[in-house]
Ligand binder design. Structure first.
Ligand code: NAD
Length: 290
């Protein structure tokens, strides 16, 4: 059987109900697609479903979502802690479990064996090579990256990441599914950092080097980008939101792949050692306690 088109996708499974999984499930359900939100932890499933409910409620309060659309979206959404139950009869799976290669490979080997070749298998990994996840999957041509951004129900971009083995049909289905979800898909070759992190992290690292050498304050460097270049948020505030530790580990990975231009500045390492991780710890380049 050949790959299904996006219009033929009626039921999906989202694997992992955390930050990204619940957001992806929210958008799928809001786009008219049935979703089974799967996690190994029952409390994560409950929390994920509750977050979708809360975000849809907020949408209704703000007048951005019709109450009837919220109710219909919630009716399309269910939770599960049983993988076989979650994936039975689905036409697409989007995986959003923790960023560990072996974990994702184990899941994709299982999915590949249990689901027909017409089913799109997508991973939301932000940095792992899609080709290595696909390499363990029977019929790897149906595997692509679908890299969403946090918070998924707000951010417009999805990177469709294409391996050498991804079929044109799988890429077309992923792009059309992204559009059906109201996103702007871009198609990117499977290379480290894809299009987004590679550029975004480099800008963040240079901004940190500028703070380190006293070029300007963090606020003023951010203003240079927001007011001078029209970025919605400066690179230092964005680093605080993502987490300085998270950005450090991406920089270390990209340095291995691309060399010195991704070397982390000493200030970044010092901040991580001091526990100044950004918003989540209350302090980064900005004070978040207030
Ligand atoms: P998270 O820690 O918030 O959620 C992961 C969830 O997966 C947890 O609820 C956990 O219980 C569950 N889980 C663990 N093992 C599992 C298994 N074997 N099967 C099913 N569920 C399992 O993580 P997250 O931030 O949502 O990240 C998920 C993926 O999305 C990662 O690959 C990450 O790199 C990527 N990503 C994250 C962001 C972000 O801003 N957080 C952005 C883009 C992509």
């Amino acid at each position: 059987m050949t790959m299904l088109t996006a219009d033929q996708i009626k039921t999906t499974a989202v694997l992992g109900a955390g930050t990204m999984g619940h957001g992806i499930a929210h958008v799928l359900a809001h786009s008219g697609i049935e979703v089974r939100l799967y996690d190994i932890s029952a409390s994560a499933v409950e929390k994920g479903l509750a977050s979708v409910r809360a975000n849809l409620d907020k949408g209704v309060e703000k007048g951005k979502v019709q109450a009837a659309d919220r109710d219909a979206a919630l009716a399309r959404l269910s939770g599960s802690t049983k993988l076989d139950e979650a994936i039975a009869g689905v036409q697409c799976v989007i995986e959003a479990v923790p960023e560990k290669l072996e974990l994702k490979q184990k899941l994709f080997a299982d999915l590949g064996a249990k689901l027909g070749p017409e089913v799109l298998l997508a991973t939301n990994t932000s940095s792992l090579p899609i080709s290595r996840i696909a390499s363990v999957t029977p019929r790897a041509e149906r595997v692509v990256g679908m890299h969403f951004f946090n918070p998924v129900h707000i951010m417009a971009l999805v990177e469709v990441v294409v391996t050498e083995r991804s079929s044109q049909a799988a890429v077309a289905t992923a792009v059309a599914l992204g559009k059906r979800m109201g996103k702007e898909p871009i198609v990117v070759k499977d290379s480290p950092g894809f299009a987004s992190s590679r550029l975004g992290v480099l800008l963040g690292l240079e901004a940190i080097r500028m703070v380190e050498s006293g070029v300007a304050s963090a606020e003023d460097i951010d203003k240079a980008m927001t007011l001078g270049y029209g970025h919605p948020m400066g690179p230092l505030k964005l680093s605080d939101l993502v987490g300085i530790d998270v950005r450090l580990s991406i920089a270390e990975y990209l340095e291995k792949e691309f060399g010195e231009r991704f070397a982390a500045p000493a200030l970044m390492r010092e901040m991580v050692q001091r526990g100044e991780l950004g918003k989540k710890s209350g302090k980064g380049f900005y004070d978040w306690k207030a």
